[in-house]
Ligand binder design. Structure first.
Ligand SMILES: [Ca+2]
Ligand SMILES: [Ca+2]
Length: 225
């Protein structure tokens, strides 16, 4: 019978490759049908905060809304990830439900709404229509997964700077986003990679490693006797 300690050693042997520093992911989730409120009240939709404005007072309906969120990368892998820079991949995935025809000129930027409602001159501004080719084909009322390569807009050094130092007072390890304005954002995920990124270990190999770990632990125990 394997003691808890030996099993722990075996699991550590299996988990060591998985704690690799070359990939970090942060995500935020919410409902595709948030509750609504009346401006100036905000709507909390899971990890998203939805802001309205004085000319379109229903907040949370996905029409002329400003949706904000923070990707929080703080955790045990952040320091080792930063040490493994330069960043060579920054993939943003979002689940969007289009609510109005104006979706085709929607915009997304890194920052906070306190920077202004739609800071087209902000260095962090992304013309999402240029980075998400599927945006122009979004169908009103339909929920669609879209993807953007942030390295087509930002340099690896800029992404690293945002990650290390925060953006507009967000604090290090945090990258805040703003989406404006004619969708409900129900999911957002940002995955950052460095050259050290490796493919996940397939399950059969994991089991093989687990077996190896248990065998190694057994040998170690026998050796100590
Ligand atoms: Ca609205
Ligand atoms: Ca729009």
């Amino acid at each position: 019978m394997i003691s808890k300690r030996i099993l722990g050693l075996a699991l550590a042997a299996v988990l060591a490759p998985a704690s690799f520093a070359g990939v970090i992911t942060a995500s935020v989730s919410g409902s595709v049908n948030p509750v609504t409120a009346t401006y100036p009240a905000n709507v909390t939709n899971g990890g998203f905060t939805i802001l309205g404005n004085a000319s379109a007072t229903t907040v949370g309906d996905g029409i002329d809304d400003t949706t904000t969120w923070v990707f929080d990368f703080n955790g045990p892998n952040l320091a080792s990830f930063i040490a493994s820079a330069p960043i060579n991949g920054a993939t943003l995935k979002m689940t969007l439900t289009a609510r109005a025809a104006g979706v085709t000129d929607d915009r997304l930027w890194i920052g906070t709404p306190t920077q202004g409602a739609m800071p087209a001159s902000d260095p962090g501004f992304i013309g999402i229509q240029n980075t998400v080719p599927t945006l122009a084909s979004l169908v009103i009322g339909q929920t669609t997964d879209v993807q953007a390569n942030l390295l087509s807009v930002f340099s690896p050094a800029e992404i690293l700077d945002y990650l290390q130092n925060g953006v507009f007072g967000s604090g290090s390890g945090n990258i805040p986003f703003v989406y404006h304005d004619d969708v409900v954002v129900s999911y957002a995920e940002l995955t950052l990679t460095t050259r050290d990124a490796v493919a996940p270990v397939p399950e059969p190999a994991t089991f093989a490693l687990l077996g190896f770990g248990i065998a190694a632990a057994g040998l170690y125990r026998r050796f100590r006797k």
